[in-house]
Design a protein around this ligand. Structure first.
Ligand SMILES: NC(=O)c1ccc[n+]([C@@H]2O[C@H](COP(=O)([O-])OP(=O)(O)OC[C@H]3O[C@@H](n4cnc5c(N)ncnc54)[C@H](OP(=O)(O)O)[C@@H]3O)[C@@H](O)[C@H]2O)c1
Length: 347
């Protein structure tokens, strides 16, 4: 084990988000996955047997076997940082117990997102709100719902110009948003389901919490549908605005949005919002992996089809649900926590 990297455990290592964590943390300069843990179906299996992402499993993990997750086992094995890809509902109690035992948790699950002890963190959007956080205490940091992540990233750079009165988002969400079980629907006849359990209230509450004062008292509405696409959530956004920026001011707002430029976060994209001018973009097949440098592929939101006819702004956005909206969001949160001095668990 490198003396420089922080030893970490991964919960839910065999699931869809778990496998994205493995891809993103293979060879990571700051974090080293020393324990891969899962539930009953995946424990004892090798990563290469379960691999469902494109390409081969990373060589550093391919032949490793998944162990059974338990807080007691983690306390004994010594990792002080845990990445969690547990299902919502299961995650809550386990993550609370880990925090109680002094272990910092970076989670994808929804259970603690509205908890007073947890920070719902999207560093570019609300990172500065935590600048006075005390270091040397364990953290429980949740990344937001994937649809809310895309919406908040796209609105944050332009909300002070627009002063929204109403925001309506309609989402076209990929099958992988429902995990490995969702992907089995790729084998069924293509269909659109205009219902994703619990999604619309989550998008509204979390977007509001992330943007805070920038949304003021504006009304926020969401309609979420599952579409037969493997990865990538597309969102159609309508904003009724009180502000009257010029079109170039709006585009400058997005292109100059670089709030993490001064922080050392290897997974942070140089430009978190990429704007496409073509009339048929963004598309899941073409824009899923937006984000530079190479470690930040899939970490940027793509905005396109921008139409500004005051008081209405209309645009589409696309986000990789499992990277920026999932595992990559947690990895960036951990990098940000380390850069801010909130993590003190170097080996
Ligand atoms: N998919 C996305 O795009 C996305 C985006 C953002 C957030 N999320 C969130 O990320 C989390 C994981 O989602 P997913 O899509 O990866 O689901 P998934 O493919 O169903 O994977 C869940 C994994 O959790 C493991 N697990 C279940 N109970 C466990 C336990 N008690 N201890 C240890 N491992 C356990 C499962 O292993 P066994 O099969 O062995 O039980 C499975 O490998 C969820 O909270 C989800 O809401 C997902």
């Amino acid at each position: 084990m490198s003396a420089e990297r922080i030893p970490c455990a991964l919960l839910g290592a065999g699931g869809y988000i778990g496998q994205h964590f493995l891809r993103l943390l293979a060879g990571h300069p700051e974090f080293e996955l020393t324990a891969l843990l899962g539930g009953r179906r995946t424990a004892t299996r090798r990563i290469e047997e379960l691999w469902s992402l494109e390409g081969e499993a990373p060589t550093e993990f391919a032949r490793r076997r998944i162990g059974i997750a338990s807080p007691t086992r983690l306390s004994r094995s010594g990792e002080r940082v845990v990445f969690s890809a547990l299902p919502s509902g299961t995650a809550g109690a386990i993550e609370s117990e880990l925090l109680r035992r002094g272990i910092s948790v970076f989670t994808n699950a929804a259970d603690h997102r509205e908890d007073a002890r947890t920070s719902l963190l999207l560093p570019e959007v609300n990172g500065e709100r935590f600048r006075r956080r005390r270091s040397r205490t364990p953290v429980l940091l949740a990344n937001p719902n994937c649809t809310a992540t895309g919406l908040a990233l796209a609105l944050a750079p332009v909300s002070s110009l627009l002063r929204p009165q109403l925001v309506v988002v309609s989402s076209y969400q990929a099958l992988s948003g429902a995990g490995l079980d969702g992907l089995t629907r790729l084998r069924s006849p293509p269909n659109v389901i205009p219902f994703i359990e619990g999604e619309e209230p989550k998008v509204i509450r979390e977007t509001r919490r992330l943007l805070g004062p920038a949304l003021g008292r504006s009304a926020l509405e969401a309609n979420c549908a599952r579409v037969p696409v493997r990865d990538g959530h597309l969102e159609a956004v309508l904003v009724k605005a009180a502000g009257r920026p010029s079109t170039p001011e709006l585009f400058r707002g997005w292109s100059r949005f670089t709030p993490l430029a001064d922080w050392e976060c290897p997974s942070a994209p140089d430009a978190p919002v990429v704007v496409r001018r073509e009339e048929d973009r963004p598309q899941p097949l073409l824009d899923l992996w937006a984000g530079t440098p190479v470690q930040a592929r899939g970490m940027a939101v793509t905005v396109g089809r921008v139409r500004w006819e005051p008081p209405y702004l209309r645009f589409f956005l696309l986000l990789h649900n499992a990277v920026r909206g999932g595992a990559g969001g947690s990895v960036l949160n951990a990098e940000y926590a380390l850069a801010r001095g909130w993590l003190t668990h170097r080996s």
